[in-house]
Design a protein around this ligand. Structure first.
Ligand code: PLP
Length: 382
């Protein structure tokens, strides 16, 4: 048996979404830019899906662009804003615990265009000080980027507090909302950030599709050149089956949002109780703050108490059929300690002894029992 507790890396496709994609693959093959019947049929689905998703996230349809996911949305904003303003302003403020899509886009501008970057570091609880971000901005700042919630700690940042400031100063503000959408109630207009992002594969939809919501007040250069799709901002034939699947995933979220949040909270509570009952002072539950995602729990196991080799921990868990993460999805597979945990002050060994357990729609209490029992075996308690 295997249990999957790595839902922050990606989620299984909901069977209803899979059916929807299959239907659209078969019946909606027309190019949405074609003027004939087949094209128009696809165009209708494209625009209806845009309207539906825009309503869900609280923006206008014309503010929503379909992209291939979180990474592309983030690249588009960071690089596009810089190029559009003719490289006049050259300063970014962001944090050292953003997703690599942000950190590497920023590094690209730093390496090739000498953009200056201020990276705000978290405290040991994984929290980012909003006041510090504000203080680092200046007349040369063309972007502030702060994620809505962190993919490893699960901590939710106070985006509303920062957006009041960026609005007043007229500085574009990107908030990576990839982990938050579908986990907490979130509306674009209430957040006040200018750019937000989403990825369907984090919410039981297909991989390779997502969106960027962009405030029309700030222009950005397009990411890919070619046909004039997505109002000339993202060239390439639209992926209608995936867009329809994305819409279906959001439809399911919308219908079940209260029940789903309750499910996450129940499983998380049961998980914490089971871990505490089984491992007591042999674990530290990290990053508990007032504002947490309901589906992510980060736990450090004491290698000193249990005498295991931190380098081997994830591999041994995998051998017990347990899929959890020791870092972000992109770096899992390699056994480098999580950069985010290191940034919060953990040693390399502590970071390697830590796991991110991310709960999903299809997890049950029996899965938690299996997980805890597997960990007991790895720690030689069985
Ligand atoms: N931002 C965050 C916080 C993420 O967790 C991820 C995915 O791991 C991404 C961005 C990238 O999204 P995508 O996989 O759609 O490119």
């Amino acid at each position: 048996m295997n249990v999957y507790f790595d839902n922050a890396a990606t989620t299984p496709v909901d069977p209803l979404v899979a059916e929807e994609i299959f239907k659209y693959q078969r019946e909606y093959f027309g190019n949405a830019s074609s003027i004939h019947y087949f094209g128009k049929k696809s165009k209708v689905i494209l625009e209806e899906s845009r309207e539906y998703i825009a309503d869900f996230v609280g923006c206008k349809p014309k503010e929503l662009f379909f992209t291939s996911g979180g990474t592309e949305s983030i690249n588009t904003v960071i690089k596009g804003l810089f190029f559009e303003q003719k490289k006049e302003k050259n300063h970014i403020v962001t944090t050292s615990i953003e997703h690599p899509a942000v950190l590497e886009s920023v590094n690209f501008l730093k390496n090739y265009f000498d953009v200056k970057v201020d990276l705000i570091r978290p405290n040991s609880k994984g929290e980012i000080d909003i006041e510090e971000i504000k203080q680092r901005t200046g007349s040369n700042t063309f972007l502030v980027s702060l994620m809505h919630s962190n993919n490893e700690t699960g901590i939710i940042n106070e985006i509303e507090k920062l957006s009041e400031f960026t609005k007043e100063k007229n500085i574009p503000f990107l908030s990576d909302t990839v982990q938050s959408i579908g986990k907490v109630d979130l509306k674009y207009t209430e957040l006040g950030a200018d750019f937000i992002t989403s990825s369907a594969h984090k919410i039981y939809g297909p991989k390779g599709i997502g969106f960027l919501v962009a405030n029309p007040k700030f222009r950005f250069a397009r990411y890919s050149d070619g046909g004039g799709q997505e109002r000339e901002l993202r060239a390439g034939t639209e992926n209608i089956p995936s867009i329809a699947g994305f819409r279906k995933a959001i439809e399911i979220l919308k219908l079940n949002s209260e029940k789903e949040q309750e499910h996450y909270n129940n499983i998380r509570k049961y998980l914490i109780e089971s871990l505490q009952k089984n491992f007591g002072d042999g674990i530290t539950i990290n990053f508990q703050s007032k504002r947490n995602l309901p589906n992510i729990l980060n736990v450090t196991f004491s290698y000193a108490k249990y005498g295991f080799d931190p380098d081997m921990f994830l591999i041994l868990l995998d051998m017990q059929g347990i899929a959890v993460s020791g870092g972000s999805a992109c770096s899992s597979g390699s056994l480098k300690p999580s950069k985010i945990l290191i940034e919060t002050g953990k040693s390399e060994k502590e970071a390697l002894s830590s796991v991110r357990i991310s709960i999903g729609r299809f997890n049950s209490k029996e899965d938690v029992d299996f997980l805890v029992n597997g960990i007991r075996t790895v720690l030689r308690l069985n």
